[in-house]
Ligand binder design. Structure first.
Ligand SMILES: [Zn+2]
Length: 264
């Protein structure tokens, strides 16, 4: 958490408010959040665009960009009060953006636009916008790998934007066993995975993302996501398809929900 739908929902709110405003000043106070920056350059420019690849947000200025990664518990909030977990403050002409992160797995990177290109090149294709050639590239990589499909989809170098909740949902809807080695998946299985990925991500974005019971995720103006009400398997006990029992297992200590009957 947060995964692609949450980051995209945050992006859409920020885009409406912040684009075409000048940044007046900013301050990143936490060393861990600021761990990739040697210097904090002066930026006096218009925010031209807010883009996203995978789970990373790019605030694009004339020659420089801020990249935000929300990690496990990062939040971007507009015009809200600072608190003890606020590690970055960005003052625009009309709005103030704050970056909070309780667990501090997130980061803020300040890069010139060429460096941003290199950063994004290292990430696999964005899971919301897969082209035919992206899909072929993913399938080729998968055919050479014996790693389990869940683990494969969570690796941001293979495909970017998916995290634990949505991978559980995608594999359940696709009726594919999360432990299955990727070299065993045929083209039909992959086309099911790709189409369900798009379907689930689109619906989750429409619902402004998933706010779990820990309530850590919310949108920049304070609203919560509602996709938790539409989850098919994550956190449930009973199978949506066969009414059998849902097992909760762990893969790399990430909770894995699956139906043994439906996901053979
Ligand atoms: Zn079932």
């Amino acid at each position: 958490m947060p995964e692609l739908p949450e980051v995209e929902s945050v992006r859409k709110v920020l885009e409406k408010s912040l684009i075409n405003q000048k940044i007046k000043k900013y301050n990143i106070t936490d060393k861990r959040i600021n761990r990739f920056n040697n210097k904090n350059p002066k930026i006096n420019g218009l925010l031209c665009d807010i883009k996203r690849k995978g789970k990373v947000l790019q605030f694009k200025f004339d020659n420089i960009s801020f990249l935000f990664h929300l990690g496990m518990s990062g939040r971007l909030a507009l015009n809200s009060a600072k608190n003890k977990h606020t590690h970055g403050v960005f003052v625009f002409e009309r709005d103030i953006l704050i970056f909070d992160d309780i667990r501090k797995f997130g980061f803020i990177k300040i890069l010139n636009n060429d460096e941003v290109f290199n950063h994004f090149e290292k990430l696999g294709p964005d899971s919301l916008n897969l082209t035919q050639s992206n899909k072929i590239q993913i399938m080729q990589k998968a055919s050479r790998s014996s790693v389990g499909v869940k683990k494969f989809l969570l690796n941001q170098k293979n495909i970017s934007g998916l995290g634990n909740i949505y991978v559980n949902e995608i594999l359940f809807l696709s009726k594919i066993n999360p432990f299955l080695s990727t070299f065993r998946l045929n083209t039909d299985s992959w086309s099911t995975i790709f189409s369900n990925t798009r379907k689930i991500l689109k619906k989750a974005i429409k619902n402004n993302g998933t706010t779990l019971s820990d309530m850590t995720y919310y949108l920049p103006l304070g609203d919560y996501g509602t996709h938790q009400n539409n989850l098919l398997v994550y956190g449930s006990n009973i199978c949506f398809f066969c009414s059998g029992k849902i097992d909760k297992l762990y893969i790399d200590s990430r909770a894995t929900y699956m139906c043994n009957k439906c996901q053979r």
